[in-house]
Ligand binder design. Structure first.
Ligand SMILES: [Zn+2]
Length: 399
């Protein structure tokens, strides 16, 4: 269904702007009027990462007048494989600064508002309220739910995308016009239950496919052309090179935009199912009771020959691709998914203590709890291999 333009047209274009945007002006449904709307538009991009990068570049090139960029991160070498607004010289800089430079290189007149912060319950509403629409390329669930909640409360369209490995999804959530994010994804997964790109990897160009769809949707919404992806979830499989469209509907009982909504609750509450429902409280209690070693202790144990298999065994519960980047020498390997399904630790001798590690200590913590429940003397390596690289051997690669 076509919808009226989101943004009223701004001032007349200058002669230079007519030249610059000539290919837009030639489009019958965009034209001068549409370009003036783009010039007047205020678009917030959450995350200057894999999805935010292509979206920012195309929004800038399209002549969007004001672009807000939310990111609290700094540019890391591992970002460069897909986050194309950042270059080698930007490593170590704030992502918002690097993104602002990239936008200005294309469109010097675009005003960039840097929000070098992670949105939280206290700030999200005020930030989102200052924009006509939001492009959400966040890499974590709490931010997605928070942004979804803020957009739904304000009635702001929430152009959302996500990518993982060779797959992507994209939709436009818009409370009042169609489903909001929480209508379709009512429950936030527990931390680390869903693998992230940082763990499972992502093909860089898939970010461009999804990010450019997000930019296209933004232009359509601002100018009122075509049919936005409201009520439709686009699912992309880059390996089969397919795009499937799934109809999605608003949930009348939605806790964010439906009858279950409660305006007095804190923003982002939908991020959390109460702890006693989703098991968070149990997980917290288990974490407190979980035996652990830090990487310094682990290094000493390795040096003393304690991890010889008979007294102690090192166990990596990460995925194969992660091991290809960096792994501790020796030990056993059993991905956490196999631990969940009850697989036994390869090479485990009776009485040996198992020192379990992953990337940061979260998946290994789950594995320790599962193994201990089966009677295995398992111990978590706090901070995982990233802590090892940071504190024991900084010459190793990281990811
Ligand atoms: Zn909803």
């Amino acid at each position: 269904m076509a919808r009226p333009p989101l943004v009223p047209p701004g001032p007349e274009l200058t002669p230079d702007e007519r030249t610059r945007y000539a290919r837009h002006l030639l489009l019958p449904d965009v034209g001068l009027d549409g370009q003036r709307r783009l010039r007047a538009a205020r678009v917030l991009v959450v995350g200057a990462g894999g999805l935010g990068s292509p979206a920012l570049l195309y929004l800038a090139a399209a002549g969007v007048g004001t672009i807000g960029v939310v990111d609290d991160d700094i540019v890391d070498t591992t970002n460069l494989q897909r986050q194309v607004v950042h270059g080698v010289a930007d490593v170590g800089r704030a992502k918002t600064e690097s993104a602002a430079d990239a936008v200005h290189a294309i469109s010097p007149d675009t005003q960039v508002v840097q929000h070098s912060e992670r949105l939280d319950e206290a700030t999200a509403l005020a930030v989102v309220a200052d924009y006509d629409l939001v492009l959400d390329g966040a890499d974590n669930f709490p931010t997605r739910y928070l942004v979804g909640d803020a957009c739904a409360r304000l009635g702001v369209p929430h152009v959302w995308g996500s990518v993982y490995r060779f797959d992507g999804q994209v939709s436009v959530w818009w409370a009042g016009e169609g489903p909001c994010y929480a209508c379709v994804f009512p429950h936030q997964p527990p931390p680390d239950a869903v693998p992230s790109c940082a763990v499972g990897g992502v093909l860089g160009a898939v970010c461009a496919s999804i990010g450019s769809v997000m930019a296209t949707e933004a232009v359509k919404l601002v100018t009122g052309i075509g049919e936005p992806l409201v009520g439709r979830l686009l699912v992309h499989d880059a390996l089969r090179q397919t795009w499937d469209v799934l109809p999605v509907a608003a949930d009348p009982g939605c806790r964010v935009c439906g009858s279950g909504a409660d305006p007095t609750r804190p923003l982002g509450w939908a991020t959390g199912i109460p702890a006693d429902v989703d098991g968070t409280a149990d997980a917290g209690a288990a974490a407190l009771a979980r035996p652990s070693v830090d990487v310094g202790e682990l290094s000493a144990l390795l040096g003393a020959g304690e991890l010889d298999g008979s007294r102690g065994l090192l166990l990596d519960v990460r995925e194969e691709g992660e091991r290809a980047i960096v792994a501790l020498p020796g030990g056993a390997w059993l991905p956490v998914g196999d631990v969940r399904t009850g697989a036994s630790v390869p090479g485990l001798e009776p009485g040996a203590r198992v020192y379990v590690y992953c990337k940061t200590g979260v998946r290994s913590g789950e594995a320790v709890d599962l193994l201990r429940a089966r009677g295995v003397d398992a111990v978590n390596v706090d901070g995982g291999i990233l802590a090892w690289v940071a504190r024991v051997d900084p010459t190793l690669p990281t990811y």
